[in-house]
Design a protein around this ligand. Structure first.
Ligand code: ATP
Ligand code: MG
Length: 231
């Protein structure tokens, strides 16, 4: 049932890549619908070439008029719904956030990117006020160096944490494998380690990310239950 929405007003922050990494991991064990609201439909194109991943469905007809209904329909059909949006702060983003059990804000490690992440957080806060319910979210650092933690990255991470902003412990490293998923049109596990360097590390990174998402969803469900009991 959980709906996970990828949001970032900044184009190229890593929404589509991160959404596909998560969708593909989850679809190894359960049914997943991806609502591909990126106008270029990159996830639909990717999925069209898949023979083995029959637990992953992709819909592309969500727009401002029907986003809420599309999410409701998908949530009634598959245990997980993942929404990939285009990089804007348009109304469709607010609508998708209104249905989210978890919002993921992919962010690259620059000062400019973290400003954009702050804009996304503002949209989440607005939505919380509108719906009078907490919207669980996490900032996901993307394209991080697997070898060194840059000063800028450390600085950004510290600034988020000091501001009380949730940041996923797992970051998605800059990996050729994450690009190769799209260029070869294949799931990570079907890529050829002779053609794609550090494939095993990319897979371990994807698994850690999916596990943290599941743990975060579980935690927020438990804290919602506690709030209901206390109310
Ligand atoms: N972890 C990663 N490792 C390597 N390359 C990455 C990673 N994440 C994103 N990229 C690359 O960065 C570029 C932008 O990523 P992506 O398309 O996922 O961003 P987006 O937020 O969906 O962009 P848009 O706002 O245009 O939809 C792509 O070329 C993608 O291959
Ligand atoms: Mg995209």
């Amino acid at each position: 049932m959980p709906t996970i929405v990828f949001v970032s007003p900044k184009g190229g922050a890593g929404k589509t890549t991160s959404a596909l990494i998560l969708a593909e991991q989850l679809a190894r064990k359960t049914d997943v619908t991806v609502i591909d609201a990126d106008p270029n439909h990159p996830i639909k194109t990717w999925a069209a070439g898949q023979k083995s991943l029959n637990r992953l469905q992709v819909t592309t007809d969500a727009d401002e008029e029907n986003m809420i209904e599309r999410i409701e329909e998908a949530a009634s059909q598959t245990p997980f719904v993942i929404v990939d949006l285009e990089g804007t702060a348009a109304k469709i983003v607010l609508l998708a956030i209104s249905q989210a059990d978890l919002v993921i804000i992919p962010t690259q490690g620059s000062q400019l990117d973290s400003k954009q992440a702050a804009r996304a957080l503002h949209v989440i806060k607005q939505q919380e006020k509108m719906s009078r319910r907490p919207v669980p979210y996490g900032v996901l650092l993307t394209r991080t160096s697997p070898i060194i933690r840059t000063r800028t990255m450390t600085h950004i991470n510290t600034a988020f944490v000091e501001a009380g902003i949730n940041v996923f412990e797992t970051s998605l490293n800059e990996r050729e494998a994450f690009r190769a998923m799209f260029s070869f049109g294949a799931p990570l596990a079907d890529l050829d380690p002779r053609e794609v360097s550090n494939l095993d590390k990319a897979i371990a990174n994807a698994e850690a990310f999916a596990a943290e998402v599941i743990a975060t969803l579980r935690k927020s469900r438990e804290s919602l239950k506690t709030e209901e009991v206390e109310a």
